[in-house]
Design a protein around this ligand. Structure first.
Ligand code: TXA
Ligand code: MG
Length: 319
């Protein structure tokens, strides 16, 4: 059931249920992070392997201190400047956070979502919310309540509807490795914004399919059901035009000589923020259209374009 009753959602969470919640990044599948049985339900609903840990969500920086041992100065600086917002920090957890949440790691991923409704919800709960993206494991993340309803509606009692997600990409995951600030997942907060705040470049450590319990993620992710391909040049687009089974995802201009109803544009204004906001919804729409394959172009490799391209490449990864 979809609705906007924050009190009802908080009652369900207090009694160990799983609830779909809006955030500025993507919709989450939330449970009381301190209740192991509730957290187990999250893994079950999502069909997610227990080795892939969950992010916990809290309402403010002072709440963070309850669940982590300490926040190194560089990360506290980032927290103060970027939270609430689309950033997740990896910090050493206190005992109170169950090992199930972190898949046995001494570090917990923690963030403060900026969505007003979810902040109100968090204030009503005296526990943090463990919430992965509210999609079946491996599929595209949901950016509307209806996306959650379509795939998980029969498995959860309630989805809190906070409208379409403003950012549309998952949070950027940041931690410290070998003494250096390291980005483990590109996301809604661009890496260059983080570097500007810090005043120096960060390390990037993405992809860890060989070691999926390590920070980061599996390489096959964000994948539509249809085979998904990246198109690199005009020659390749020329072949797509002749392909009756093709559906097309482009940045700011339609593919000429190809039916517009089989195409989606991320941003006609070539605006990266708008493109990020539209990305997952467009991928879902193309997945439902007639036609067997999806062909997509990459965006310029800067700012949010880097995180968007990361999602496109993962969608196109070998299955
Ligand atoms: O924007 C977001 O981060 C959304 C919203 C709902 O908050 N959540 C989200 O969760 O994207 P999920 O579970 O789909 O992705 C979380 C990623 C996973 O790749 C996981 O491996 C990594 O974060 N992660 C979680 N806890 C971790 C930990 N303790 N150490 C290393 N990586 C962790
Ligand atoms: Mg996810």
């Amino acid at each position: 059931m979809i609705g906007n009753d924050i009190n009802f959602a908080s009652e369900l969470l207090k009694t160990g249920n799983v609830v779909g919640i809006p955030t500025e990044t993507v919709y989450g599948l939330a449970a009381n992070a301190l209740n192991v049985e509730a957290v187990l339900k999250v893994f079950e609903v999502k069909n997610r392997p227990h080795f892939d840990p969950l992010i916990i969500h809290v309402s403010d920086v002072s709440e963070m201190d309850k669940y982590v041992k300490y926040i190194p100065d560089v990360l506290r600086n980032l927290a103060e400047k970027c939270m609430p917002g689309p950033i997740t920090l990896l910090l050493e957890k206190k005992e109170i956070i169950p090992d199930l949440v972190t898949s046995g790691s001494p570090f917990v991923a923690i963030r403060i979502p900026s969505h007003t409704m979810t902040r109100q919800l968090l204030q009503k709960c005296d526990f943090p919310l463990a919430a992965p993206s509210a999609n079946p494991f491996g599929y595209i993340s949901p950016t509307t309540a209806q996306h959650v309803e379509d795939q998980l509606g029969d498995k959860i009692p309630y989805i809190l509807d906070g409208g379409p997600c403003e950012v549309g990409l998952e949070s950027t995951i940041v931690g410290i490795e070998n003494g250096k600030v390291t980005v483990f997942r590109k996301g809604g907060l661009p890496v260059d914004t983080i570097e500007n705040i810090l005043g120096h470049p960060v390390e990037l450590k993405l992809h860890s399919s060989s070691q999926p319990s390590a920070p980061g993620m599996l390489s096959l992710h964000y994948a539509p059901h249809k085979p998904f391909y990246i198109v690199h040049d005009e020659n390749e687009w020329g072949k797509v035009i002749k392909n009756n089974e093709a559906c097309v995802l482009r940045f700011d201009s339609f593919l000429p000589d190809f039916p517009v109803e089989k195409q989606r544009l991320l941003s006609i204004k070539a605006d990266m923020k708008e493109a990020a906001k539209n990305l997952f919804a467009c991928m879902r729409e193309l997945d439902k259209l007639p036609g067997e394959n999806i062909y997509a172009e990459l965006l310029p490799e800067r700012g949010l374009g880097l995180a968007i391209n990361d999602r496109l490449r993962r969608a196109a990864a070998e299955r």
